[in-house]
Design a protein around this ligand. Structure first.
Ligand code: FAD
Length: 468
């Protein structure tokens, strides 16, 4: 029996897609940059079936590309060129296994979307805080495998901070039962940490136990006009000291970036013009301080002292969501308008303004006419520094310059002791950065872990850890 026949016998006829038209959507990444064929797309419906499929692929020496919602931005969930691979989609593993409201935990299968987990938490009068533009499609397994950040890391931490336990199918098909909800467990190595953020290269996550948080009783948000990032960072600092962890969101967007978001939001408009903006949000638990009042007090002072140029405080939940939509639609707008050379960098907050001004100087000097599109999670020191082609040119026209632009921007971030990939991971697209910026010791430790867990190199080949 060949592999496809064996997979059909194990998973069922309809769970193995070999027809090119059925495979097409799975073979291309979200940005449309990478598109390589797979032998098949397989759709197991249980952990046992994932394990069976892995054993069969291992027996036939066929590699496996795990795929969640395929919204990753570094082509980690799609095949590489020139190897026999099967895409394993988790989209049929969507059950909630348990909600424990006393322990404040939820156990879900890997294919559940992030938005569905948020909804399940809300139905139980709890809150799941990880939130990002692709949450309607991104799946829990993918969000854990990329250790995604998103909009509320500032207060709640990234995905790693939410994971209490994991269930993982290992490279030889063995099931690792790590679905603990314990908050304290110092019994040797914390094995789940190895899989979080490993981009499907070390094991296949089939389920997770996640932390839930108390529900947010009220939120207030404001769009603040600023002259530049330096002013924005001062406002952020004042706000954080006034609100503490109640400051749940602080995003920065240049005028060009937010205008792009507005242009791609139905009915979207900027309430006022400014060179740049901060989007701030304060959340309160039941009985907590009034968030609107907190926001008004701080912003009044910032306006009086001239650090804020203008401010609009959302007057309703609808308006709060409208502000958020402007920010969240920037990536989509950028893609619809032809794309950009994208970067996802971070530095310490004290070097962030220096980084942005260095990027602007570099682009004006070396790439005149190119349009920086800068926005992101300023409170975490993480900005998306994307460079759009000059007006009237498309990405194909600048293809020859893309690698040089990326090298300069990543090198700038690293030279300021920052990271060249803050939250999107490495996948296929950021591998050159690993070679350029990681130390030989970093790389040899990562290769040792990869070799220990996946000696035959079956899981997500050609991703994350550069081969020697
Ligand atoms: P996929 O893209 O399917 O996969 C991502 C990686 O995880 C791949 O390497 C894949 O092989 C692996 N993988 C998937 N499922 C599993 C599994 N069950 N077991 C093992 N490995 C697996 N990211 C942020 O961090 N912050 C943001 O603010 C943010 N905003 C975004 C906004 C938009 C509009 C878009 C399109 C993307 C955004 N992203 C953001 C990136 C992306 O949404 C995240 O990386 C998300 O976590 C990917 O989830 P996914 O299910 O789509 O994973």
């Amino acid at each position: 029996m060949n592999l496809i026949e064996a997979l059909r016998a194990a998973l069922g006829e309809g769970a193995v897609l070999t027809n090119p038209s059925e495979r097409a959507a799975y073979e291309q990444d979200w940005r449309g940059l990478v598109n390589n064929p797979a032998l098949a797309v397989i759709l197991p419906k249980s952990t046992e079936q994932v394990s069976q499929a892995v054993r069969l692929c291992a027996a036939h020496s066929v590699r496996i590309v795990p795929q969640g919602g395929n919204t990753g931005l570094v082509a980690g969930a799609v095949p590489i060129e020139g190897a026999d691979q099967v895409i394993l989609s988790f989209s049929r593993l969507r059950a909630v296994r348990e909600i424990d409201v006393l322990a404040d935990t939820i156990t879900v299968e890997a294919g559940m979307t992030l938005a569905a987990v948020q909804q399940e938490a809300a139905n139980a009068n709890r809150f799941f805080p990880v939130s990002l533009g692709a949450e309607g499609t991104a799946e829990i397994g993918g969000v854990i495998s990329t250790n995604a950040g998103g909009l509320q890391v500032l207060s709640y931490g990234n995905m790693r901070a939410q994971v209490l336990g994991l269930e993982v199918v290992l490279a030889d098909g063995t099931l690792w039962h790590g679905l603990s909800g314990l908050r304290k467990d110092n019994t040797g190595y914390d094995l789940k940490q190895v899989f979080i953020g490993s981009e499907g290269t070390l094991g296949l996550i089939t389920a997770a136990t996640l932390r839930l948080h108390p529900p947010v009783a009220s939120r207030a948000s404001a769009l603040v006009g600023i002259e530049n990032l330096e002013q924005g960072l001062r406002i952020f600092s004042v706000m954080r000291h006034a609100a503490g962890p109640a400051l749940t969101l602080c995003e920065f967007c240049t005028h060009a970036a937010l205008a792009l978001g507005a242009a791609h939001t139905q009915g979207g408009r900027l309430p006022f013009a400014a060179p740049a903006y901060l989007l701030l949000e304060i959340s309160a638990l039941e009985g907590g301080r009034d968030p609107q009042e907190m926001l008004e007090t701080v912003l009044m002072k910032e306006l009086e002292e001239g650090r804020a140029l203008d401010a609009a405080i959302a007057q309703s939940e609808r308006e709060r969501l409208d502000f958020l939509a402007l920010r969240e639609n920037i990536s989509e707008g950028e893609l619809r308008e032809g794309g950009a050379v994208k970067h996802d960098i971070s530095v310490s907050l004290s070097r962030l303004a220096e980084l942005v001004s260095a990027v602007e100087t570099l682009v004006a000097r070396d790439y005149p006419g190119f349009r920086p599109n800068i926005f992101g999670h300023v409170g975490d020191g993480n900005l998306h520094v994307n460079i759009r082609p000059p007006e009237g040119q498309d990405m194909a026209a600048i293809a020859a310059r893309k690698a040089a632009i990326t090298t300069s921007i990543e090198t700038l971030a690293v030279s300021l002791q920052g990271s060249f990939s803050a939250e999107h991971g490495i996948g296929q697209l950021r591998l050159p950065g690993m070679v350029a910026h990681k130390s030989p010791t970093d790389l040899s430790l990562m290769r040792a872990i990869k070799h220990a867990l996946d000696p035959a190199g079956l899981l997500n080949p050609g991703k994350t850890v550069p081969e020697v």
